[in-house]
Design a protein around this ligand. Structure first.
Ligand SMILES: NC(=O)C1=CN([C@@H]2O[C@H](COP(=O)(O)OP(=O)(O)OC[C@H]3O[C@@H](n4cnc5c(N)ncnc54)[C@H](O)[C@@H]3O)[C@@H](O)[C@H]2O)[C@@H](O)CC1
Ligand SMILES: Nc1ncnc2c1ncn2[C@@H]1O[C@H](COP(=O)(O)OP(=O)(O)OP(=O)(O)O)[C@@H](O)[C@H]1O
Ligand SMILES: [Mg+2]
Length: 373
C-alpha cells in the first residue's frame, strides 16, 4: 500500500521536500487545504459560512494538481494505486466495470473486481485490463447448509489480497441478495481491520443504511449517495426528510451522525462533508444523466483518495498539513474530474453521450489540469 511504500523517515521527508516539483505541490496543499484542520481559525470561519448556507466551492483544480503523483521512472507497478471493486452480480455487470476501468484510466496501476461467478466472465470480456475474481455467491447458488463454509471461502479469497489494496469500492452493481450482502459485510469488517479505505456506493449504500455500524466511526469510509440513496440515509440517521435549503447543515449532521465518515452528496453541485467542514464542487458538468456516471465517480474517488494518502504520508511530520483529511481531497478531486470528463464528452456527443464516452475523456481531462510531463 502507499502508506507502506511511503518514505517515513525524516531524511526521506527532507528528500521529498527537496524536490522542487513536489515542494510546490506541498505548498499548494498548505495554501488550498490548510482549512481542513478543524482547529484553525480559517476553518472556524469556513464552518460558520457553512452553517449559514454559503457555498464553499473547493479549489478542485489545485487539489488535483497537488495530489496527482508525477510519473517517475523509479516507481514500480502498484505504487500508483491498487484498487478493488466489490460488485457485479447477475443483473449488473456495467457498474463494476465502469468503476474499475475508470480507476485505471485515471492512472491506477491495478484494478480488481470481486463479483459473482455469473458476472465474472462478462466483465472479463469487456476488458483484459481488469483482474476479475469470481468469488461472490448469491442465495440461489448456495444451499443453506453450505452458507457458512461459503462465507469462509469468500473471505479467504478476498483476504489473500486485502493488504495490497489501497482502497475498496463497495457496491457498484452489487445487487441486494441477503446472503451476498452478509458476505460483503464481513469483507468490510476485514478492510477496517487492515485500515483500507472504503468508498461505499450503489447497493453498498443500501447495505450500509441498514447496518450503519459497518462504517460508523471509520474515518477512512466515504459514502457517495445519489438522490435516492441520500434520502434513505437522511431518513434512517436523522429521522427527517432531505432539505435543500439547509443542505450544508444537514450534510454535516449526517456525517456526524455516522461517526465522522465523509459523505459526497451527488447532484447539480456535489456537496462533500467529513462532519467538520463542507465543500462543494460545481465546476463543469453535463446535462446528460445517463446511468453509470456515479460508478465512474466511485472509481475516481478511490484513486484520488489513495493518492492523497500517499501525498500526506510523504509529508509526515509537517504539522501544517498533517491534519488534512485525505477523504475530502479524494472526493473533491474525483468529483471535479468526473464532471470535467462529462462536460468534454457532452461537447462531442450531445444527447447520445454515454458513460463509456465519459470514461474516454478521463485521461484528457486530467491531462488538461495536470500534464503528465
Ligand atoms: N450499467 C449498469 O450495470 C449500472 C448499474 N447500476 C447499479 O444499479 C444498482 C441500483 O442503483 P440505482 O442508482 O438505480 O439505485 P437507486 O436506489 O437510485 O434506484 C434503484 C431503484 O430500484 C429499486 N430497487 C433496486 N434494487 C431493488 C431490489 N433488489 N428490490 C427492490 N427494489 C429495488 C429501488 O427501490 C429504486 O427505486 C446499483 O448497484 C448501481 O451500482 C447503476 O450504477 C447504473 C449503471
Ligand atoms: N444535475 C447535475 N448537473 C451536473 N452534474 C450532475 C448532476 N447530477 C449529477 N451530476 C454528476 O453526475 C455524477 C453522478 O451522479 P448521479 O446522481 O447520476 O449518480 P448515480 O445515480 O449514483 O449514478 P449511477 O447511474 O452510476 O448509479 C456525479 O459526479 C455528479 O456530480
Ligand atoms: Mg449509483
Amino acid at each position: 500500500m502507499f502508506v507502506k511504500h511511503g518514505m517515513n523517515s525524516q531524511f526521506a521527508l527532507l528528500g521529498v521536500l527537496g524536490s522542487s516539483a513536489v515542494f510546490r505541490r506541498q505548498q499548494f496543499l498548505i495554501r488550498t487545504l490548510g482549512g481542513y484542520t478543524n482547529q484553525t481559525h480559517q476553518n472556524r470561519i469556513q464552518q460558520t459560512k457553512a452553517m449559514s448556507g454559503i457555498a464553499l466551492e473547493a479549489d478542485a483544480e489545485h487539489i488535483l494538481r497537488a495530489i496527482t503523483p508525477t510519473l517517475d521512472p523509479t516507481k514500480h507497478k502498484g505504487q500508483a494505486g491498487n484498487i478493488a471493486i466489490i460488485g457485479g452480480c447477475r443483473e449488473y455487470t456495467g457498474a463494476p466495470y465502469f468503476a474499475a476501468i475508470s480507476a485505471l484510466k485515471i492512472g491506477a496501476d491495478l484494478s480488481h473486481v470481486f463479483c459473482t461467478k455469473d458476472a465474472a466472465s462478462v466483465i472479463k470480456s469487456y476488458s483484459p485490463e481488469l483482474i476479475v475474481h469470481p468469488v461472490l455467491e448469491e442465495s440461489y447458488s448456495v444451499r443453506d447448509e453450505d452458507k457458512l463454509s461459503t462465507l469462509g471461502k469468500v473471505l479467504a479469497e478476498v483476504d489473500k489480497w486485502m493488504e495490497r489494496f489501497d482502497c475498496l469500492v463497495v457496491g457498484p452493481g452489487l445487487g441486494r441478495d441477503p446472503f451476498l450482502l452478509g458476505c460483503v459485510s464481513e469483507i468490510m469488517k476485514h478492510a477496517r481491520q487492515f485500515n483500507v479505505p472504503i468508498v461505499v456506493d450503489g447497493d453498498g449504500l443500501f447495505l450500509v443504511t441498514n447496518s450503519l455500524d459497518l462504517v460508523s466511526g471509520y474515518p477512512l469510509a466515504v459514502l457517495t449517495p445519489n438522490i435516492n440513496e441520500y434520502k434513505r440515509l437522511v431518513q434512517k440517521v436523522l429521522n427527517c426528510e432531505v432539505t435543500d435549503q439547509d443542505a450544508h447543515e444537514q450534510l454535516l449532521s449526517l456525517a456526524k451522525g455516522i461517526g465522522g465518515v465523509t459523505i459526497l452528496r451527488k447532484g447539480k453541485s456535489d456537496l462533500i462533508s467529513d462532519s467538520e467542514t463542507v465543500k462543494s464542487v460545481s465546476i463543469y458538468g453535463s446535462p446528460r444523466r445517463c446511468g453509470g456516471q456515479g460508478d465512474i465517480l466511485s472509481g475516481s474517488v478511490a484513486v484520488f483518495l489513495s493518492w492523497a494518502r500517499q501525498r500526506l504520508a510523504a509529508a509526515e511530520g509537517d504539522s501544517s498539513i498533517s491534519k488534512i483529511n485525505p477523504t475530502m481531497l479524494g472526493c473533491i478531486a474525483g468529483s471535479a474530474l468526473m464532471r470535467k470528463a462529462a462536460s468534454l464528452a457532452f461537447q462531442n456527443k450531445k444527447r447520445s453521450t454515454l458513460t463509456s464516452d465519459i470514461i474516454e475523456c478521463l485521461g484528457r481531462s486530467l491531462e488538461d489540469i495536470c500534464p503528465a510531463s
